[in-house]
Design a protein around this ligand. Structure first.
Ligand SMILES: C[S@@+](CC[C@H](N)C(=O)[O-])C[C@H]1O[C@@H](n2cnc3c(N)ncnc32)[C@H](O)[C@@H]1O
Length: 277
């Protein structure tokens, strides 16, 4: 595909730099970590994404949990509060892992590891009751990469365990790319094959003037069917897509209607059958 040269991992997350601004990768990552943390406070995350995901995860007691694509640990810390079991966080970005470790403030009750989830993961001891790929799989650079990520999810999941994922929705057509500007996010097409061919690149811009935040994240589009098939092929059952809901700001349900219709963020759940390793 001439339009789509091979993509490099390091460019997965990037800032909108002003003209002439130097793009020192290390500096960029330090900035993005700060900015990305701010992005977790924007209303659509507070009222929709975070509570919806925690509802999907449900009540935990002593389950072992692993958060894949954990970033600076936003969801990993929340999972830590829900279970007395072991909690791991995995990300391939050095700065995110450092920031996540820093935010333990010496507690060391989360085991953070730096791995590329697109490669076979072999160094993590044991399996987990719950695997949470929180915005991981949308970063797969190719169909094979995505299948390897799902294979890792399978290997890390205990028989009888569950996967609860957060992801960019594969169901948003180009006509809807700008529909959420009033909430502070918009999509743009980087590949002419968006919505037609798996592994076509697009990007999401997250912006909030008050928080002085304006970041862009690169995403890769795969069809909903391809995701479902990848989980089924690995051995998972009961794969289902789960829509975000509105919490807290329910008096403003009318305002949130556009955001929740054809929502850009979606969740999924799948089960690893009891009799499978
Ligand atoms: C959009 S961020 C989500 C961070 C966090 N889960 C959250 O919800 O705040 C996506 C994360 O996936 C990580 N990531 C992307 N590709 C990865 C890969 N192949 N292996 C491990 N981590 C990856 C990025 O470094 C980034 O931290």
């Amino acid at each position: 595909m001439e339009n789509n040269p091979p993509l490099k991992r390091k460019e997965t997350v990037f800032l909108n730099l002003k003209d002439g601004e130097e793009n020192d990768p290390e500096d960029t990552y330090a900035k993005i970590v700060r900015k990305y943390r701010q992005s977790k406070n924007v209303p659509w995350r507070r009222f929709c994404e975070t509570p919806s995901f925690l509802k999907l995860v449900g009540k935990l007691t002593n389950e072992d949990v692993i958060d894949l694509g954990c970033g600076e640990g936003f969801y990993t810390r929340k999972l830590r509060q829900l279970t007395t079991g072991k909690v791991f966080g995995v990300d391939f970005c050095d700065n995110f892992i450092k920031m996540a470790q820093f935010q333990q403030y010496g507690a060391n009750d989360i085991d953070y590891r730096q791995f590329d989830c697109g490669l076979p993961i072999e160094d993590i001891p044991g399996q987990f009751d719950l695997v949470t790929p929180t915005f991981l799989v949308q970063n797969a650079l190719s169909e094979e990469d995505l299948e390897q990520m799902v294979q890792n999810i399978w290997n890390l999941c205990k028989p009888g365990g569950r996967v609860c994922g957060l992801n960019a929705s594969p169901f948003v057509p180009v006509e809807e790319f700008k529909k959420d500007e009033k909430y502070g996010l918009s999509l743009s097409q980087k590949s002419t094959f968006y919505f037609e061919e798996n592994a076509s690149e697009y990007s999401v811009r997250l912006f909030d003037k008050e928080a002085d935040m304006d970041i862009s994240l690169r995403l890769m589009w795969y069809s909903g069917q391809f995701y479902e098939e990848a989980f089924r092929k690995a051995g998972f059952t009961n794969f289902r897509w789960v829509q975000l809901e509105l919490f807290e700001d329910t008096d403003n349900a009318e305002y949130w209607k556009d955001f929740l219709t054809n929502c850009q963020v979606i969740m999924y759940e799948a089960i690893k059958p009891l009799n499978k390793d």
